[in-house]
Design a protein around this ligand. Sequence first.
Ligand code: HEC
Ligand code: HEC
Length: 219
Amino acid sequence: MRKRIIRIGIFVVAVGAALFLLIQIIPIGSQRTNPPVVAEPKWDSPQTRALAKRTCFDCHSNEIEWPWYSYIAPVSWLLANDVLNARAVFNFSDWHAGDMTSAAMAAQINSGKMPLPQYRLMHPTARFTDAEKQQLTTGLTATLASETVRPPSTPPATDGASLLEARCTDCHSLDRVKQAKKTRDQWAQNVTRMVGKGAQLNAVEQSTVIDYLSKTYGL
Ligand code: HEC
Ligand code: HEC
């Protein structure tokens, strides 16, 4: 009986060890990447950057110092996944104005959610004092306050077809337009009339649309 239990025990340990070795060849998480640094925020001071580097860069940057255990499955999978998600939220090495607000960062820091608790456990240097928390959140606010956030740029419509699509569909569908056939003069009258109703077209755009309409739906 005793021997049998020992034999089963050895078997379980052997299978466990074999599985552990086997998963090492599974390539998930083998992307311990550090792509080139493209652009960082305009740091308000070297101190802010240093604090962020100490506490955020190991996930939210392309300057990750991958620890030795990041080479061992299944920990490697978890870490690679964290970094993937963290970089997707924002990446200090690939920064575009408006990627993340300093208010959201401060909230994460002050609530103790960031840096991730399991990371703080393994990285004593990433733990901060209250004074350092205060310093980082103030620094991040100053850093990101200088950013002018550009609204997502929609290229201005300049050709007749896009102008029609953009400015003539507020009140009726384009079917209204496509069903009509008019001479150039009639289209000019129509467009003037539509502008009178509220279509938003400046003089240049009006003549572009009239050109397009009389070419496409002309008589
Ligand atoms: C150990 C890795 C790690 C570190 C270090 C880390 N983060 Fe994160 N962070 C993550 C991950 C992973 C996510 C994405 C969480 C998710 O997918 O919900 C995230 C998300 C965030 C978000 C978005 C949260 C949300 O729910 O919208 C903010 C803001 C953030 N981190 C700020 C920071 C700041 C500031 C630091 C440094 C003080 C930092 N993080 C350090 C891994 C990390
Ligand atoms: C502010 C609302 C509005 C916008 C914007 C608008 N329309 Fe109209 N359109 C109307 C209304 C209302 C009618 C139906 C009543 C009428 O014909 O006066 C109409 C009718 C039409 C008709 C059918 C009547 C006719 O004269 O043949 C055409 C064609 C037309 N619109 C073309 C256009 C074009 C081209 C544009 C963009 C340059 C445009 N509309 C933008 C309100 C609008």
